[in-house]
Design a protein around this ligand. Structure first.
Ligand SMILES: [Zn+2]
Ligand SMILES: [Zn+2]
Length: 427
């Protein structure tokens, strides 16, 4: 596939436009937010994390023969850009693993938005829902979650997402995932267990807010049907969007990757996975292929204060940069992305050096709020700039017949003697 790589000079226009914007336009809002760090680069020239630039040397990837690339602002500001009718936008709500979260890096979570208005969540790790809710999509439209596997760095944010019920989402939350090697290891048990753990919360809310959102509906992908003859299963097929699941080599049975196809655009996400020719085949033809990438066992042991033997054990379940390069050399995505990496200034250069031993085409190391716009002609990678106190955008129109009723009060009422001690309410 021929491609022309345009480097950072493209951003001069965006930066210039930002500088000449009239000052009166700057009010409290995402434009006034600053990234945590000043821009800078590593010794090898890669942008530093948390400084407003994506960690790549190819933020613009234009197909050969394309006369011009649509102008985008330097940063993606939710609510201020619409997608073209055949455009896809992928944003990392969280980019870390395998530990649950850091202030500057949530665990694994991706939001995929399409030009037809659809939005899909892939994994919902801890520390990611704040980013997700800041991306300008009403919680009522964040109701489809595809789970790769049940390690907690991939599902730990399910509670705050479920908690959008009542005031944000008055329809059920839908979750897709593995049927499980045994039922208790599958998506149905997972959904039931989350609802059971939220029972106190639900009983309280059901008498004061609409009940329609207080349910999680599981959609099982029957992992017993995967075989060399049937490498992938169609998990979702609506509105022109097809999402396939395929098995990957990671931890227990039931770990999966997903492949989303829509209007000729293809997004593939394996999450955690040991490198294999099988997953590389499933990623063929992808515009964007997102896969985990891991530091060396020595680096992992050092930063996590872990015995080296344990680090080697963890590494066995994961993929090194050179191995990921070999996967991408087979799959040949337009953009190959590494995610699930412990970002640190001192680890970036060595990561890319090892990645580049096996792969030369455009790559990106994901950090939180990296945004990828995908069209047939080009791919643009930027950092999103979000309002840290973002309110939800207007809700979508309610469908006819939506049940907005509330339920019976719970029997678990506070004792009267305690309630009687409440200070008089203000008039
Ligand atoms: Zn993980
Ligand atoms: Zn995992």
């Amino acid at each position: 596939m021929g491609r022309r790589e345009t480097k950072r000079d493209y951003w001069l226009l965006g930066i210039t436009l930002t500088l000449i914007l009239p000052m009166v336009a700057i009010a409290a809002g995402p434009e006034s937010y600053r990234f945590p760090r000043e821009p800078g680069t590593t010794k090898d020239g890669y942008p530093l994390p948390l400084a407003g630039q994506p960690i790549t040397k190819t933020p613009v990837i234009a197909e050969e023969g394309i006369a011009s690339v649509r102008e985008y602002p330097e940063h993606y500001i939710p609510g201020q850009e619409s997608l073209a009718e055949n455009e896809m936008r992928i944003t990392a709500c969280g980019s870390w693993g395998p530990a649950p979260m850091r202030i500057g890096q949530g665990a694994s979570c991706l939001l995929v938005q399409l030009g037809n208005g659809d939005a899909f969540i892939f994994d919902i790790g801890g520390g990611t829902v704040g980013n997700l809710f800041a991306l300008g999509v009403h919680p009522a439209e964040l109701d489809k979650v595809f789970i790769t596997h049940f390690h907690l760095d991939h599902v730990g944010g399910i509670f705050p997402l479920f908690d959008a019920m009542g005031w944000g989402r008055n329809t059920p939350l839908h979750v897709w995932g593995s049927s499980g090697y045994t039922p208790e290891l599958g998506i149905t048990a997972f959904a039931q267990n989350i609802m059971a753990a939220a029972e106190w919360h639900i009983q309280n809310k059901q008498s004061i807010l609409p009940r329609g959102g207080m349910t999680i509906i599981p959609h099982e992908i029957d992992i017993s049907k995967f075989s060399p003859e049937q490498p992938r299963l169609l998990a979702y097929d609506e509105n022109g969007v097809k999402i396939y699941a395929f098995p990957v080599i990671h931890a227990l049975a039931g770990s999966m990757g997903y492949r989303l196809e829509w209007k000729g655009r293809t997004f593939v996400y394996t999450a955690d996975s040991q490198p294999s020719t099988f997953e590389a085949e499933q990623g063929k033809g992808a515009d964007v292929f997102i896969h985990e990438i891991f530091p060396s066992a020595e680096e992992f042991a050092h930063y996590n204060h872990m015995p080296i033997e344990s680090a080697y054990g963890v590494m066995e379940e994961h993929t090194t940069p050179a191995e990921l390069g070999r996967v991408y050399a087979i799959a040949e995505p337009r953009l190959g992305v590494g995610m699930h990496f412990t970002l640190d200034d001192d680890l970036i250069d060595s990561l890319f050096q090892r990645w580049r031993t096996t792969y030369d085409d455009p790559v990106l190391l994901m950090q939180d709020l990296t945004t990828i716009n995908v069209t047939p002609d080009y791919i643009i990678v930027r950092q999103a700039k979000v309002d840290l106190l973002a309110w939800p955008p207007p809700p979508p129109e309610l469908s006819e017949g939506l049940d907005m009723s509330t339920g019976e009060p719970s029997k678990a009422q506070r004792p009267a003697w305690l309630t009687k001690t409440r200070l008089p309410q203000e008039p």
